[in-house]
Ligand binder design. Structure first.
Ligand SMILES: NCCCC(=O)O
Length: 816
């Protein structure tokens, strides 16, 4: 082909709204040497049949940020690129049938305010003022977002395409990608029209993303964890009432979402569009008998309205006008789902210089923001706001086909469900068990999934309520609270044990291994026989990760990190390792059992051989035995009590557990550990520790060694921040206890200003206080400062504490 490009800096595969938005953002940022390849016409996958709703509302902080950005951009896009579009900002109401739903709305309204949006919780009467067509007599209330609306998905995509082309980027339609190859540092993207050599390649292939992902397998890629679901909405005939309303108010009827029933319902021209997320949902192309077609461009599945009957009937009672319109046209199209229903945006796991952005269940609402985020990943290797919840590396090897299918069905059927803090969704469980699993079960463990591993959250005693329903509350006073108190008490007065199953383990080995790790962390590496926490900044000095580090020798460094960080942290090291240094994952080779409490030493003493239990806090003893089994011991405890982590081969663990159980050690769970770590001010990854904050903001000054010999990423940024002064800082607050903990990102108020946010919160049962960790404006960090935290719409008093642990401030118990 004469004019077909042969080189580009970036090739994007897929011309839906997301791929086009990525191209637009790259081109607008000056990266004009970019090509988008679309196998058919732009929008041919899911974009053309999308409902086109543009909500700001999202239970997830990062996703709300993305949607807020997108909606704002869409409001100015037509003018910006000179491409007129149908975009109606109608406002939207969400209906609440229960107290819990009202609490969810309060929570998300707080989140929205913190992002500069206005979302107001309202009474049934106020709902009716916004939308006079609905029945409200049975409702608890609702939520009003004045900036919700709908946009024409095809026009939006064409507008982004025009903007990208005008800036110099290229779009090649009817150019399916047939293969991927690599030549040195270059990708070769193959098409029937010719090959394109490029530096970066991006999988934006929508519901074909798994198929495109397969092309990256020879280069380290994995099977993309996603499933294609069918989503239906139907359009009614035109309704004179809506036409009159539109004329009178000068805008369309505000959209309705009834999350407790599970549908959206909006005006489309002068008719209605009803889109349910039915429990009895259907996945497609998931068996060998039902293979994904080579080409499904601009096609739909056959109508299946029976599945929607319940929802249609309910919606007709809510909005009787719906019954007058009749079903004029049904749209049943493919929508890709990641297991949790959140998109996949970021580095392609295992593959250097490859990225992905797919599995959008709300693609039109998120496309604008996704393009921004993706272009940041490509251009800078990092994003403005922390995007971990959408990072493809959040799913590791456990996310196989069965897992993805069961989760997608669960997630789709609960698209609008509330995500309660102590509720564990039942699908996709038991993917990974430790060798102690049956023992934990026998002890009454109530499990939670951590990177696919089953860990004990808490232990139920005979007769205690362990039903799923009992966890469906925002409140703290569930039956687990009694257990957590009991477990904390056992640890604090005696000794407890908790398998920290699935701790991610990375080994960096080879000539210069220590120097290599040293060059990536702001912290000082420990001497052999010691362990330290090390913080790894990004280029802006923000908190990329935290690991425990042991330097066994100059050529052998061991890192232990959070279970969920497995692939994320592995790639920090593997992608930067120079020739001669190997980075390997040893997660499954060693299990960890935390044994902690004031009696830990006395209990362990008769069971250990070759380990000196009088060695100080943070010492490492690699060679020795526990209960006759080879085991290493590290003197640390995330509970903030005297304690050791026992690290041993999985097969050795049952004997160690049995010996400790015989010695009277009490099993305790993750909930008790969380309560205790809060009182110590110990941070949790991707809660308190994220790229939303610099190391200085995170209060990690003592872990930043500006004077160490090795340079490290973000050093210049951190020095500049130190000189200029940080804008916010990490604080521990004691909050009025109330019935509920403050949710993640609950706004912190000072007078009538939002001055920060909560990053984690819970009851500390040793201190009897409700502890909130968070980030607050720097002028409000003084001890004793009185603030307020928005807890589900109620402002609760919070007081800034000393910059030292609330419990055992001098660490006497740990050092005992
Ligand atoms: N097609 C996704 C839209 C769902 C919603 O507006 O709530």
């Amino acid at each position: 082909m004469a004019d077909f490009p042969t080189t580009a800096r970036v090739v994007i595969i897929g011309g839906g709204v997301v791929g086009t938005s990525a191209l637009f953002h790259l081109a607008r940022a000056g990266w004009t040497d970019c090509v988008l390849l679309e196998k058919n016409e732009l929008t041919a996958g899911s974009t053309w049949h999308a409902a086109g709703n543009v909500p700001n509302f999202a239970p997830n902080w990062a996703v709300m940020n993305m949607q807020r950005y997108g909606a704002e951009m869409y409001r100015g896009l037509a003018e910006d690129v000179d491409y007129p579009m149908n975009y109606h900002v109608t406002g939207a109401i969400r209906l609440a049938h229960t107290k819990e739903r009202m609490q969810e709305f309060e929570k998300i309204s707080g989140q929205a305010w913190a992002q500069g949006l206005t979302m107001d919780v309202c009474t049934p009467d106020e709902l009716k003022e916004h939308n006079p067509f609905i029945e409200t007599h049975d409702l608890a209330g609702g939520l009003w977002d004045p900036l919700d609306g709908d946009i024409d998905p095809a026009q939006l995509t064409q507008a982004l395409a025009k903007g990208a082309r005008d800036a110099g980027a290229r779009i090649e339609r009817f150019s399916p990608v047939t293969g991927i190859d690599r030549d040195g540092d270059e990708w070769i993207v193959k098409t029937d029209k010719g090959d394109i050599r490029c530096e970066f390649v991006v999988n934006c292939a929508g519901y074909y993303a798994q198929r495109v992902g397969e092309m990256f397998k020879p280069f380290g890629g994995r099977t993309v964890p996603m499933v294609v679901m069918s989503h239906q909405y139907f359009l009614t005939g035109q309704l004179p009432e809506l036409e009159a309303f539109t004329k009178e108010r000068g805008q369309k009827m505000p959209m309705i979402r009834d999350p407790d029933i599970s549908y959206y319902l909006r005006q489309d021209k002068h008719g209605l569009n009803l889109g349910p997320y039915e429990r009895n949902c259907k996945a497609h192309w998931v068996t060998p008998e039902d293979p994904m077609p080579e080409d499904f461009s601009f096609q739909l599945y056959p109508d299946d309205l029976e599945r929607l009957e319940f929802y249609i009937e309910d919606a007709m009672e809510r909005l009787p006008l719906l019954g007058e319109g009749g079903v004029e046209r049904n749209i049943n199209g493919p929508i890709p789902y990641a297991p949790d229903g959140l998109p996949m945006i970021g580095p392609m796991p295992g593959v250097k210089n490859a990225f992905e952005a797919h599995s959008f269940t709300f693609g039109i609402a998120q496309g604008g923001g996704a393009g921004k985020v993706l272009s940041e990943w490509i251009m800078h290797g990092e994003t403005e706001i922390d995007m971990w919840s959408c990072d493809p590396r959040r799913y590791t090897d456990y996310a196989d086909h069965d897992y993805c299918l069961s989760k997608a069905l669960e997630t789709y059927g609960h698209e609008y469900a509330m995500h309660f803090p102590h509720h564990e969704w039942p699908a996709g469980r038991d993917k990974k068990h430790s060798t102690l699993h049956s023992r934990l079960q026998d002890a009454g463990a109530q499990f939670g999934a951590y990177n696919g591993w089953e860990r004990a959250n808490w232990y139920a005693k005979e007769g205690e309520d362990t039903s799923e329903e009992s966890t469906q509350t925002w409140g703290r006073n569930g039956r687990w609270e009694v257990a957590v108190k009991r477990e904390v008490e056992a640890v604090t007065t005696g000794c407890g044990m908790l398998p920290i199953t699935g701790f991610s383990r990375i080994k960096v080995e080879g000539e210069g291994a220590k120097d290599f790790v040293d060059g990536l962390t702001a912290s000082r590496l420990p001497n052999p026989d010691r362990v330290t926490l090390a913080y790894f900044p990004d280029s802006r000095g923000r908190i990329l990760t935290e690991t425990s580090v042991m330097v066994h020798s100059d050529t052998d460094v061991g890192l232990i990190t959070a279970a969920t960080a497995q692939w994320h942290d592995f790639e920090i090291f593997s992608r930067q390792a120079p020739e001669g240094i190997s980075v390997t994952d040893h997660t499954t080779e060693v299990e960890c059992l935390l044994v902690t409490g004031p009696k830990a030493r006395d209990i362990l003493a008769p069971l250990v051989e070759g380990h000196d239990l009088s060695k100080p806090w943070l010492s490492v003893s690699m060679d020795g035995k526990v209960a006759g089994q080879d085991a290493a011991m590290i003197r640390v405890s995330f509970a903030g009590e005297l304690g050791w982590e026992i690290h041993a081969a999985p097969d050795a663990m049952p004997a160690i557990w049995d010996a400790l159980a015989d010695a009277g050690v009490t099993p305790f769970g993750m909930y008790a550990l969380n309560s205790m770590r809060l009182e110590k001010g110990y941070r949790a990854w991707k809660g308190d520790l994220s790229t939303d904050y610099s190391l200085l903001e995170g209060g990690l000054d003592r872990f930043i060694k500006f004077d160490k010999e090795a340079d490290f990423p973000g050093k210049a940024a951190l020095l500049a921040e130190k000189q200029a002064g940080r804008k916010k800082g990490f604080v521990t607050m004691v909050m009025e206890a109330g019935d509920t903990d403050a949710p993640y990102m609950a706004p912190v108020w000072h007078g009538d200003e939002i001055v920060g946010e909560v990053t984690s919160c819970g009851m500390g049962y040793r201190t009897g206080k409700c502890v909130a960790l968070g980030m607050v404006r720097v002028d409000l960090l003084a001890v004793g400062t009185e603030l307020e935290i928005d807890v589900f719409g109620k402002r609760q008093k919070a007081v800034v504490q000393e910059d030292e642990p609330m419990f055992d401030p001098k660490n006497e118990r740990i050092r005992a």
